[in-house]
Design a protein around this ligand. Structure first.
Ligand code: Q46
Ligand code: ZN
Length: 329
């Protein structure tokens, strides 16, 4: 690890990684051992490594997988779920794995809804991001988890930061943080790996013998985040530690009030007419508009399978929420 001026053997590397994660959890006051944490897992190295580390650290964790119905030549979604199940059996046998399949629940796969909706003009990532954020937040909030943990690493965070900075998206910059506190209907969001380079999480997964999905989602090819990652890798090659510096100095500036978060009256939240989640939009929230969920849940039985399934879920709790974290998941 050039940027840390550190060379470790495999067992010591694993220990260093676990201790560093604990340090980040404490530094940013993410959660305690008395709280239940929901880990969003995709089948990739970061999220599976995160579930592994949190379990080893003695945190009470469960997992959540959102089945997107993205297949292609790689059978990407099937492969992802298979890796997660394999991981669960080997590494976290006592934890619960929640699975929300969007096709079963809402009636379409992500590629299908992306084609059907105007959101993202046929590009699945926008529809996918919105759906994942909604489902993850909703389940975490409904089931009473203290925090929703995602496996975002430093490369992810630096790429989003670069993108937001180049466009001076001050609202997004204000909300880019290792911890987003809970709000009315919004679960607390935490990113315990935000200071690890991607290659560090990959090395941890290797050391722990975690069999993850190596292939990227077929829709990730050529996306903007990957473009910024390539630029940042060039910078890092010239100047080791540049990514970490970029991100941590941003957090320092943010703490100093440089990107003061908009006050709550600037983001006026109201309740979605259909699902009851907080939203900034009048009428239906962005999720209900995209999935064309048209009637209050009590009328759902007359409106076909997608809504019936949603209604069953909604019945568990009336208080569900749209995730306000706009960064990529
Ligand atoms: S899963 Fe979904 Fe990503 Fe695939 S469709 Fe795009 S957003 S690339 S993290
Ligand atoms: Zn809604």
């Amino acid at each position: 690890m050039r940027h840390h001026k550190l060379a470790l053997c495999a067992p010591h590397y694993g220990e260093w990684f676990v201790v560093s994660t604990q340090r980040a959890i404490e530094k940013y006051k993410m959660f305690t051992r008395a709280e239940r944490v929901l880990v969003a897992v995709s089948g990739g190295k970061d999220s599976l490594a995160l579930w592994d580390v949190l379990t080893r650290l003695g945190y009470a964790t469960d997992g959540l997988y959102v089945g997107l119905g993205i297949q292609g030549e790689l059978a990407y979604s099937d492969q992802s779920l298979a890796r997660i199940r394999e991981f669960q059996a080997q590494h976290v046998p006592d934890a619960t794995l929640h699975i929300v399949d969007v096709q079963e629940t809402y009636g379409k796969t992500i590629p299908e809804i992306a084609r059907a909706s105007s959101r993202g003009h046929g590009k699945p990532c926008s529809a996918c991001g919105l759906t994942k954020r909604y489902v993850m937040n909703r389940l975490a909030a409904e089931r009473g988890y203290a925090a929703l943990a995602t496996g975002h690493n430093l490369d992810d965070e630096a790429a989003v930061l670069m993108q937001n900075t180049l466009h001076w998206q001050t609202g997004y910059l204000a909300r880019q943080a290792p911890v987003l506190e809970a709000g009315e209907g919004l679960a607390r969001k935490v990113k315990p790996f935000c200071r690890f380079y991607e290659r560090e999480t990959a090395a941890y997964a290797m050391v722990r013998d975690i069999n993850y999905v190596y292939d990227e989602c077929p829709h990730a090819v050529g996306n903007l985040t990957n473009f910024y990652k390539t630029l940042l890798n060039q910078l890092e090659a010239q100047s080791p530690g540049a990514k970490l510096q970029f991100y941590t100095q941003f957090l320092k500036a943010r703490r100093a009030g440089f990107f003061d978060a908009p006050s709550s009256d600037q983001i006026a939240l109201r309740v979605c007419d259909v699902c009851g989640q907080p939203t900034t939009a009048p009428g239906r929230c962005a999720f209900c508009r995209m999935w064309d969920v048209a009637a209050p849940p009590n009328d759902a039985l007359e409106l076909g399978n997608a809504l019936s399934a949603q209604d069953a879920w909604t019945a568990a709790s009336a208080r569900v929420a749209e995730n306000m974290d706009l960064s990529d998941l």
